[in-house]
Design a protein around this ligand. Structure first.
Ligand SMILES: C[S@@+](CC[C@H](N)C(=O)[O-])C[C@H]1O[C@@H](n2cnc3c(N)ncnc32)[C@H](O)[C@@H]1O
Length: 362
């Protein structure tokens, strides 16, 4: 049993069951035992591999998207580039390298990184190789009053969700409690939860018994915060993640450890816990706060519209045969429908009047 599991068992035995969102917040970001707080979960020896870790092309193309957006903004002399959850800092390093093609753009950028993990902050500083940057615990800490570009790759899937289950007696909230013997964590249901009605996605209000609705309060308020800032200060945001445009009543919460799926409650603090992102809900929250929204667009089509195939051929032309094969394999993995091309999606948000931005016609 993980140390955090033991701590949670004790807490639940004393104070009663907790919501799935409370469980996830502890499991991912507990200051000492949270999954992201302790080490480096990325790569072949970690638990998962993200798009920027698959190929430099991902960050480079996002860099070009940022440069075009900067031009669309009229080439301001100062622009905040805010990355949410930068992981190892790979995307940002690749983005900044690509940004050098437009020297005025690179000079305008002020880097702001929103990162909760001290271990990952250190890795990000290394990847930036001395480039000046400021770290924050949340977007609310990033200064206001200047235009901004916000990038979030596989960030929203890490924000805590609540789960509601439709039973024959109505909606109830899924809770994390104790197994009958008291020695393990187990899912249970709350008493009837009429408050759930106010939180449920419209598409699931009349769902049949057995349906599960996932609601991400932190993600929705962050999308609204981004939308409000874009409307007020100008700029755009690119949110990339796995998810759907409309919920279908199936639960998506999952645990991953060393590239294999495992029980969500088995090892809090040691496994990566994520849920698919409800892009439709994020787009609505940002739109209600004043921003325009495009998407979600399939990642494959978005990257193709930005020119990933040409970039891959150019890189392959300058590489040896083995490396060229790796570049083409990475292109396939990022864009093919049966790989990341369809499951991963892109939501573009912008200040009113700025868009449609590069890739939005994908
Ligand atoms: C799955 S990783 C994605 C990393 C990176 N964007 C990539 O594509 O490789 C999630 C990142 O978000 C950070 N993170 C997770 N929850 C957070 C929170 N509540 N506040 C700030 N950062 C958070 C993690 O520490 C990590 O850097």
């Amino acid at each position: 049993m993980s140390e955090l599991a033991a701590r949670l068992l004790e807490r639940i035995a004393r104070h009663g069951p907790i919501t799935v969102a409370e469980y996830l917040a502890e499991a991912l970001t507990h200051p000492r035992q949270g999954y992201y707080m302790t080490g480096d979960p990325f790569g072949a020896r970690g638990d998962f591999v993200t798009a920027p870790e698959i190929s430099q092309m991902f960050g480079e193309l996002i860099g070009l998207w940022c440069a075009e957006t900067w031009q669309g903004l009229g080439g301001p002399e100062a622009l905040m580039l805010v990355e949410l959850g930068p992981g190892r800092g790979t995307l940002l390093a690749d983005l900044l390298r690509a940004a050098r093609v437009l020297p005025g753009f690179r000079a305008a950028l002020e880097l702001h990184l929103v990162e909760v993990s001290p271990a990952l902050r250190a890795l990000q500083a290394q990847s930036l190789g001395g480039a000046e940057a400021t770290w924050h615990a949340s977007l609310a800490e990033v200064p206001r009053g200047r235009p901004l570009l916000v990038i979030a790759n596989e960030f929203f899937d890490a924000l805590p969700i609540r789960q509601f289950e439709r039973t024959p007696e109505g909606w109830r909230e899924r809770l994390v409690g104790l197994a009958p013997a008291g020695d393990a964590l187990a899912f249970g249901l709350s008493p009837p939860a009429p408050y759930a009605e106010a939180l449920l996605p419209e598409a699931l209000r009349d769902a049949a018994p057995g349906a599960v609705a996932e609601v991400a309060p932190a993600a929705l308020s962050l999308a609204a915060e981004i939308g409000g800032r874009l409307a007020e200060d100008g700029g755009a945001a690119l949110i990339v993640d796995y998810g759907y445009a409309r919920p279908d009543g199936r639960p998506t919460l999952q645990a991953l450890r060393r590239h294999a799926a495992q029980d969500v409650l088995a090892e809090p603090g040691l496994a990566d816990l994520t849920a698919h992102v409800d892009f439709g809900a994020l787009a609505r929250a940002a739109h209600e706060a004043g921003a325009e929204a495009w998407g979600p667009l399939p990642q494959g089509a978005f990257l193709e519209a930005l020119g990933i195939a040409t970039r891959a051929e150019r890189l392959a032309a300058g590489a040896g045969p083995e490396q060229a094969a790796e570049i083409r394999a990475a292109l396939h993995r990022l864009t093919a429908a049966e790989e990341m091309g369809e499951l991963f999606k892109v939501l573009v948000l912008a200040a009113p009047g700025l868009g449609p931005l590069a890739g939005c016609a994908a």
